[in-house]
Design a binder for this molecule. Structure first.
Ligand SMILES: Cc1cc2nc3c(=O)[nH]c(=O)nc-3n(C[C@H](O)[C@H](O)[C@H](O)COP(=O)(O)O)c2cc1C
Length: 299
């Protein structure tokens, strides 16, 4: 009784993560084995590395420590039976892969461990790192062969239950209908980027706002620039404002407008990080951009 009470039962919060499920294949002296694992994560693109977290009592860990290779077979939503068997029994208890009509295997290309058929992803891995972390061992595999099946949908795991993918959640963006020219203007700037990231300065004086008027379109915007990826946006905007000869202070606080511009079926996503600018009220502001007119519309 005491032992039961002393045992640490996972709290609800620990069970509340949402994950996919993989079937980890490995090879031992008694033949191939498979276990279910939700703690599986791609952790690098180049090279492609996958980390798996495996408990110390498993046959899978013993096998991988010996052979230095494993298969990551990401389960599809048709594979709940296979996952339940792979996760419900240890290879020490039964020969899971030898069960009739449960696992269909695929011949590996670069390793010797068989893979599982019917999965969304099959990644063959060579062990490159092993590290004990708490009660599990992290094994990092370098992917030496990978394939995916985009006709299959992944199996998801949450609160001890299996799920399929639901409907896609549209990001919460303000939709703005635009004319063709405006959309094209921003699409040109985006050069194929999924989201165009702009930093702009909002300068208000009395009831006026400082705007840039863009030739070839009917467009007026606050002065903005497209900071290079990874660079501090406020610093870049400051530099830009100086370059165009504006006498404006840029405040620290910023807001973000997340827009999706639409014209018919064409769209462009834009994020505007907007900083407040304070102009020098004693000076009248007029300036020119090299390529575009900027209208200083301040009182
Ligand atoms: C859905 C599911 C997810 C699991 N995720 C993990 C995991 O990420 N790491 C782990 O060590 N065990 C995990 N397990 C438990 C192992 O699959 C289980 O202990 C298995 O029997 C080990 O098999 P083996 O001894 O043949 O290697 C999971 C089980 C299930 C059902």
């Amino acid at each position: 009784m005491e032992t039961l009470l002393a045992r640490k039962v996972p709290s609800k919060a620990e069970r509340y993560f949402s994950t996919g499920i993989s079937m980890i294949t490995s090879r031992g002296t008694k033949g191939p084995n498979v276990m279910a694992a939700e703690w599986v994560l791609q952790i690098s693109y180049n090279p492609v590395l996958i980390a798996i977290f495996i408990h110390k009592g498993s046959q899978t860990l013993k096998n991988i420590e010996k052979t230095k290779e494993f298969g990551v077979n990401v389960a599809s939503k048709e594979q709940t039976a296979q996952v339940s068997v792979a996760g419900g029994y240890s290879g020490f208890e039964i020969d899971k892969m030898g069960l009739k009509n449960i696992f269909k295997t695929l011949a590996p290309q670069k390793i010797k461990t068989p893979m599982i058929s019917g999965c969304t992803i099959n990644a063959e891995c060579n062990l490159v790192r092993k590290e004990k972390l708490g009660d599990h061992v992290m094994l990092v595999g370098k992917v030496v062969h990978i394939k995916h099946d985009d006709t299959k949908s992944p199996l998801l795991y949450h609160s001890g239950r299996y799920f399929g993918l639901g409907s896609m959640v549209e990001p919460d963006r303000q939709e703005v209908s635009t004319d063709k020219d405006t959309l094209e203007f921003f699409r040109d700037l985006a050069q194929g980027r999924f989201v165009l990231k702009c930093a702009g300065v909002l300068v208000e004086s009395k009831n006026n706002v400082l705007v840039t008027r863009w030739p070839k379109t009917k467009l007026e915007t606050i002065p903005f620039t497209i900071p290079p990826t990874g660079k501090n946006q406020r610093a870049h905007l400051k530099k830009f404002i100086l370059e165009i000869g504006l006498d404006i202070q840029i405040e620290k606080e910023s807001t973000m407008k997340r827009l999706v511009l639409k014209n018919g079926k064409e769209i462009q996503r834009i994020n505007f990080v907007i900083f407040k600018g304070k102009n020098n009220p004693t000076k009248s502001v007029t300036w020119k951009l090299k390529q575009d007119d900027v209208i200083a519309n301040l009182a």
